[in-house]
Design a protein around this ligand. Structure first.
Ligand code: IFM
Length: 501
């Protein structure tokens, strides 16, 4: 595996919004300084504002009136986007042409042996689902559109599907729920995958044709985009671990994974320009273009061990920062290229962060295929049903780090947990939203929070056993039931709206 290139500090900020915020927090762009400072600050501030189960409990008992709103909710601006998120493949159902439709029907690929052909049937039940969202007080919804549904065969656009999707966006707009649209959330058409998918640069034109088709034909109804979801997770599971389609691993998989990341960065530059150009040309509202980046905290397993610290920093650079540095500088960095320029300045207007957990990293002399990086077992800490550590402080740390590094407004485009019993979700919500409040108090422009997920859904290779929903779904009857944590979130939104700044 190639080694990490040393990262230079980002050079410029072009976003108007971020420029406006420049004075709020002084610029400290060097990577190490930024993360050190965030860690220090977070540790200190953590002592001052401990998020305990007790305090979450007292929040639960509050009446819901503005005066009873807990103090952390009072720092949220009234314009804050209180949202939830899904992706098309995971909830819609009825799309037979995606790589995941093919992959999930093959035995052995999905943990519970089920496929993604029906999932929550959200495509047909969107009106009922959006009414439920409205009743819970959401003013924002991150949703996806699957390319394979819009173009089931090369060059053949399904106009009825496009009209149906417009109906979904219209319904959201009517209800005052602002859509945030994801153009690629892991799944691609099977026919495109068979041509090499993201691993082939020549394939980008077909993706751009699809994306332009969507923006041209729905840009009157949506002006906020998270272009591509989690390039790092996609390239790892699909091309390095072999767990997702096309199921590739090994050394050749590693090199393909780097090509995928590179091509996704090139696509980001093209998407950014295309969306801004299309909205301007067609007189649509001025767009805000971001992407959804999966970020984790990487802490050394043994903080006093220099090798552990070094490997944790390497993991952080490769997983968290290499791709976003590239799209922020408009230059291909680290393993993506040799600093070649592909875009004139940043290709995002806001930082979208998908945050779930922390990894403890240890130097392992035998893990040469993984750059000597080994992940410690999670140990005796709170976890979700998938065994991921629940670490709210990490949300504060990543928001800090990314904002210091890139100086753009932030949205939490995903955050949530698999918890079928719903015993931990309310506390999870409170403790993570408190971390956002800390950031807001420090002047960091966090614009929105999209809890993952609105509905229980198809959790990729895990199938349906991992329950992430604020709303429980009975997959036999398609009955929706708001979980207690969903009701608690509803109450928090109402309190924040009444008492916020
Ligand atoms: O379900 C996924 C989603 O598709 C991408 N981010 C993480 C979620 C939970 O694993």
């Amino acid at each position: 595996m190639a080694s990490t290139g040393k990262k230079k500090a980002p050079k410029r900020v072009t976003s108007k919004k971020s420029a406006a915020k420049k004075s709020a927090t002084p610029r400290k762009s060097a990577k190490k300084a930024a993360s050190k400072k965030a860690t220090k600050k977070s540790a200190g501030a953590g002592k001052a504002r401990v998020v305990s189960k007790k305090s979450a409990g007292s929040n639960r008992k509050s009446s819901g009136s503005a005066s009873a709103a807990p103090s952390y909710l009072r720092v949220f601006p009234r314009t804050f986007l209180w949202g939830t998120a899904t992706s098309a493949t995971q909830v819609d159902g009825g799309d037979l042409h995606s790589d995941w439709a093919h992959f999930s029907q093959k035995s052995g690929n999905i943990a519970d042996g089920k496929d993604c052909l029906t999932t929550c049937d959200h495509w047909n039940r969107y009106e009922e689902d959006f009414k439920l969202m409205k009743s819970m007080g959401f003013n924002a919804y991150r949703l996806g559109v699957d390319w394979s549904r819009m173009e089931p065969r090369p060059g053949e656009n399904d106009h009825a599907a496009l009209n149906h999707f417009r109906g979904m966006l219209e319904s959201l707009n009517k209800k005052g729920i602002r859509p945030l649209l994801t153009l690629n959330h892991f799944a691609v058409p099977q026919w495109w995958l068979e041509r090499g998918g993201w691993a082939q640069e020549k394939n980008l034109q077909a993706f751009m044709d699809f994306a332009s088709y969507i923006v041209e034909n729905t840009g009157d109804l949506v002006s906020e985009y998270t272009t591509i979801n989690e390039p790092n997770v996609y390239s790892m599971f699909s091309y390095m671990e072999g767990l997702w389609p096309p199921g590739i691993s090994g050394l050749s998989g590693y090199f393909k994974a780097m090509k995928v990341l590179r091509n996704m960065a090139l696509a980001q530059g093209k998407l950014y320009d295309m969306i801004h150009e299309t909205h301007a040309r067609k007189g649509f509202a001025s767009p805000s273009v971001g992407m959804a980046k999966h970020v984790r905290i990487f802490d050394p397993a043994r903080p006093d061990n220099r090798m552990d610290r070094d490997r944790a920093a390497e993991a952080e650079y490769r997983f968290n920062l290499m791709w976003t540095d590239s799209i922020h500088d408009g230059r291909l960095q680290g393993s993506l290229g040799k600093n070649e320029k592909f875009h004139d300045g940043p290709c995002w207007d806001f930082i979208g962060l998908n945050y779930y957990t922390r990894d403890k990293i240890r130097f392992s002399p035998t893990a040469f295929a993984r750059l000597f990086i080994e992940q410690d077992p999670v140990g005796d800490v709170p976890t979700n049903d998938l065994g991921w550590e629940i670490y709210p402080e990490g949300l504060y740390r990543v928001i800090h780090e990314f904002h210091e590094r890139y100086r753009l407004p932030v949205r939490i485009t995903e955050n949530g947990l698999a918890n079928a019993a719903d015993s931990k979700r309310e506390h999870f919500l409170v403790s993570h939203i408190q971390q956002i409040a800390r950031c807001l108090e420090e002047g960091i422009p966090v614009e929105g929070y999209y809890h993952w997920s609105f509905l229980d859904n198809f959790e990729w290779a895990e199938g349906y056993t991992a329950r992430f929903g604020l709303v429980d779904v009975d997959f036999q009857s398609q009955q929706r039931t708001i979980r207690n944590s969903g009701s608690a979130y509803k109450k928090m939104i109402a309190q924040a709206r009444k008492s916020g700044r």
